[in-house]
Design a protein around this ligand. Structure first.
Ligand code: BES
Ligand code: ZN
Length: 646
């Protein structure tokens, strides 16, 4: 590696930053993705056509994927990613060629090696016929009982970060993008990550419908999706529809119809016009393992957002913001995941600010900072390495294991701190537009981001050099804390402080000191901060909720703040349980156990089991056994790891 040729790939870096990065700068951009077995770097992928049939009775997909490829270098073979797929045939330019599926190596799956070599630049068509199997981690097949309406089966996919390879064989890396055509036969309404072209009867099978979708904007494999089930849609804006199972769709419409179009317009003014034409949302059954997933044209979201109070819509702002950060401008590998998520949280909070004011942005940023502290605190020795901004997955570690709040919140705080350093929003906003325009339709790494930043602020390099880049980019643990406006959190902090101080010094007066009106004006986010703060006192200055005074306080709080124990908002329910378990209130253990059978979102399910395991391992194991088959395969695998069952 010669540092001269490398630094010429990064002409804008200051000498100081170039020196700091010297041992990290890759030879080509973006940095090679370590989380794929494929030889993607030899190809330009022009078009992908996924042609599949959904067989609910066998719980498999059967069909083919066809890739149109420019071969850029001389190659000995074509290597694709696959995971638990049954590969039946590989065809290059119309002729069958030999292939081999290599033995599985966790976590990257089985390389599919296709016997095709060439030493000339050429364009080829590669078709692979295949079936999925019951082990495919991208797909969850729900029986009718596992759906909300309970009448028909349901299928949905979740490919990010590296599960697309168990949906169809592919170059499963965010470094490579293409336009997509999808042709799907199914008996049930089917949504995919593209624009619907046609929906026609399948003449070969009476009940079956052929859906054709097209995604004209080039996208990486992890953004492909399918959902098939009893689905209907209702409008939530001029370019938006919400889909869900029929009995639920009116509540979904109510939850989102006020905000969706406003969010889109604010994001457009921050970056540039929305490029994907339609922005639709699908509310999934309970098993959805994430809060949201930003599939183009078809955000997937958890039913825990539907709380009737429109208070979880920031998740929609987040998934929508991915339409620019992530979906147009994409991290080149999951080592640079903060480019997707940190930028998205930054844009999400700018949307919040435009609609609810700067104090609301700071409020949300403070909640994020607390999440960051908690998540870093909770990391065991072996996972501390994942608390750096740029992650190192070169030892083939599993991006699902690396997943945490860190890329979201460290990433956000990096961008927010840069905004402050550069003189505020008015100075930072032009960079937002420049960055997204420069990299749209492409994938990049952190080094390209830095070079672009230094290039844009050419006259401010000395100022940028005052930033502690070493700490921000490579140090585990918390980054330097930016200055936040604490007005909206202060109310929550002071109420929590009052509870703690009266509980420890004067418990007899708890009853008369607190009233339901204390929290009347709190939204669910403020309630969340209040409850988190109560929990954060545990173990500080000898205070504990697990004491006579603590139990009394929790009992009085349960009565006075009855809106917490009866809340329908999962963010509140979860935090309320956390306080009760911190106080070892035994009657709450079976209630938490039951609740864990009604949510599938990993954000709640994983820490829920960890909490229960700490107070009653037997109950935790029994509960997991009862509900595990209802969880998504990824969620099930992660909880197993969390409970030490693997
Ligand atoms: N892209 C993520 C979900 C994801 C990340 C799936 C990594 C698989 C691997 C999505 O945009 C997201 O961040 N969802 C959050 C919501 C949010 C408001 C931070 C979630 O699921 O909680
Ligand atoms: Zn996200």
């Amino acid at each position: 590696m010669s540092s001269i040729s490398q630094s010429s790939n990064y002409p804008n870096l200051s000498p100081k930053l170039a020196e700091l990065l010297a041992s990290h700068l890759p030879e080509s951009s973006p940095e090679r993705d370590p989380s794929t077995n494929s030889n993607y770097y030899n190809f330009n992928l022009k078009k992908s056509t996924l042609d599949i049939e959904v067989l609910f009775d066998k719980k498999i997909l059967i069909g083919s994927i066809t890739l149109e490829l420019d071969v850029l270098n001389s190659i000995d073979n074509i290597i694709l990613d696959s995971s638990y797929l049954n590969i039946k045939n590989t065809i290059v330019n119309g002729e069958s060629v030999d292939f081999k599926v290599e033995p599985r190596k966790e976590p990257l799956g089985s390389p599919l090696i296709i016997n095709y070599s060439t030493d000339k630049l050429s364009t080829i068509t590669l078709k692979i016929e295949y079936e999925t199997t019951d082990k495919c981690t991208a797909l969850q097949w729900l029986s009718p009982e596992q759906t909300d309406d309970g009448k028909l089966p349901y299928l949905f996919s979740q490919c990010e970060p590296i599960h697309a390879r168990s949906f169809f064989p592919c170059f499963d890396t965010p470094s490579i993008k293409s336009e997509y055509y999808y042709i799907v036969k199914s008996n049930l309404k089917t949504l995919m990550s593209g624009l619907l072209i046609s929906e026609t009867k399948n003449d070969n099978k009476s009940d079956s419908i052929i859906y054709k979708y097209h995604q004209p904007v080039p996208i990486p494999s992890y953004l492909c999706c399918i959902a098939s089930g009893s689905l209907i849609g209702k409008p939530i804006g001029p370019r938006s529809t919400v889909f869900s199972e029929p009995s639920f769709v009116d509540s979904c419409q109510y939850e989102f119809e006020k905000d969706t179009e406003n969010f889109i317009q604010v994001a457009e003014s921050l970056v540039f016009p929305y490029e994907w034409k339609k922005y639709d949302v699908l509310i999934l059954p309970t098993a959805m393992p994430f809060g949201g997933m930003e599939h183009p044209n078809c955000t997937f979201a958890t039913p825990t957002l539907i709380s009737g109070d429109r208070e979880n819509v920031d998740v929609i702002a987040h998934e929508l913001a991915h339409s620019w950060s992530g979906n147009l401008v994409t991290n080149g590998s999951f080592e640079h995941f903060w480019l997707n998520e940190g930028w998205t949280v930054y844009l999400e909070r700018r949307i919040v600010e435009k609609l609810h004011g700067e104090k609301a942005r700071h409020f949300s940023a403070i909640i994020g900072w607390t999440d960051l502290e908690n998540s870093i605190d909770a990391m065991g020795e072996s996972s501390k390495r994942y608390s750096t901004l740029i992650q190192n997955l070169k030892d083939k570690s599993d991006p699902d294991d690396a997943f945490s709040t860190v890329p979201y919140e460290k990433g956000f705080n990096l961008l927010f701190s840069l905004e402050l350093l550069l003189g505020g929003k008015q100075n930072f906003d032009p960079f937002i537009k420049h960055y997204f325009t420069k990299y749209k339709y492409q994938s990049l790494d952190t080094y390209q981001f830095l070079d672009t930043l230094y290039g844009f602020y050419d006259d401010k390099k000395d100022l940028l050099d005052t930033f502690d880049w070493q700490t921000w980019l490579y140090s585990p643990g918390l980054p330097p804390k930016p200055k936040f406006d604490t007005e909206l959190v202060d109310e929550c902090y002071s109420l929590a402080k009052k509870w703690v101080s009266i509980t420890s010094s004067n418990p007899e007066s708890l009853e008369k000191e607190f009233n339901p009106s204390d929290i009347e004006s709190f939204g669910s986010n403020q309630s969340g901060v209040f409850l988190d703060t109560l929990v954060s006192y545990e173990g500080k200055s000898n205070f504990t909720w697990n004491s006579k005074n603590g139990s009394l306080a929790i009992k009085i709080m349960t009565e006075k703040y009855s809106k917490y124990s009866t809340s329908q908002n999962a963010e509140v329910v979860f935090r309320w349980f956390r306080l009760l378990l911190t106080g070892r209130i035994q009657s709450s253990y079976p209630k938490l156990a039951d609740w864990l059978g009604t949510v599938g979102r990993m954000k709640f399910v994983r820490p829920g089991y960890v909490m229960l395991n700490q107070v009653d391992r037997e109950l935790a194991l029994k509960t997991f056994k009862k509900f595990e088959n209802g969880y998504h395969p990824i969620c099930k695998a992660m909880v197993k790891k969390d409970l030490g069952l693997v």
